[in-house]
Design a protein around this ligand. Structure first.
Ligand SMILES: C[S@@+](CC[C@H](N)C(=O)[O-])C[C@H]1O[C@@H](n2cnc3c(N)ncnc32)[C@H](O)[C@@H]1O
Length: 173
């Protein structure tokens, strides 16, 4: 999982500013978390994932950030993050939206926790240059349209784009 994503492209779309509080839902082994630590000046990074195994895996490469308090990794889901209202500036979800048990509830939750003007990026396998894995896992258009429609109902400003190996939905609250 760590190496099949173009996490650097997600980071660019996320556009983290110095001092931002960033949430990643479904962080898996922690590849994007690692980039958030090393390539941004985010003040605080919180990761939410339902898997204790993934939390342990993601803690290892991000040990220093967790120890210093710059990063917090908790068990939770996109539908129930446990974060306070409007408590983050940026939200990223890479390759987990299809695993959410309730798409509408997940979108509402991400809307709840991001501050007005904050940005949400939801990405899934696909993109303009998909490899074998992305071709196998990419969603049919009807499913992509459902995600887009759901995001549009919750957020004011939304867009859909293609990165190299990811289809990406962005929204501003
Ligand atoms: C395919 S991995 C992707 C991990 C990482 N984002 C990446 O791109 O490498 C999917 C992750 O989503 C998590 N997940 C499953 N259900 C979820 C949910 N409802 N909300 C958030 N994450 C979830 C899994 O535990 C797993 O860590």
């Amino acid at each position: 999982m760590l190496w099949t994503n173009r996490q650097d492209e997600v980071l660019e779309v996320l556009d983290v500013r110095p001092g931002d509080r960033v949430l990643e839902v479904g962080f898996g082994p922690g590849g994007l978390l690692r980039l958030l630590v090393s390539r941004t000046e985010a003040a605080h990074i919180v990761g939410v994932d339902p898997s204790p195994t993934m939390r342990a895996a993601a803690t290892r490469p991000n040990h220093a950030a967790v120890r210093s308090g710059r990063m917090t990794l908790v068990l939770g889901t996109a539908e129930r993050t446990g974060l306070a209202d409007q408590s983050v500036d940026r939200v990223a979800s890479v390759n987990n939206v299809d695993l959410w048990s309730d798409l509408e509830a997940g979108m509402r939750e991400l809307h709840r926790v991001v501050r007005p003007g904050g940005k949400v990026v939801v990405a899934w396998h696909g993109g303009s240059s998909p490899g074998r894995i992305e071709r196998r896992l990419r969603m049919p258009e009807a499913k992509l349209a459902r995600i887009e429609g759901c995001m549009r109902r919750v957020f004011t400003d939304t867009a859909r784009d293609r990165l190299s190996t990811l289809d990406v939905f962005t929204a501003v609250r």
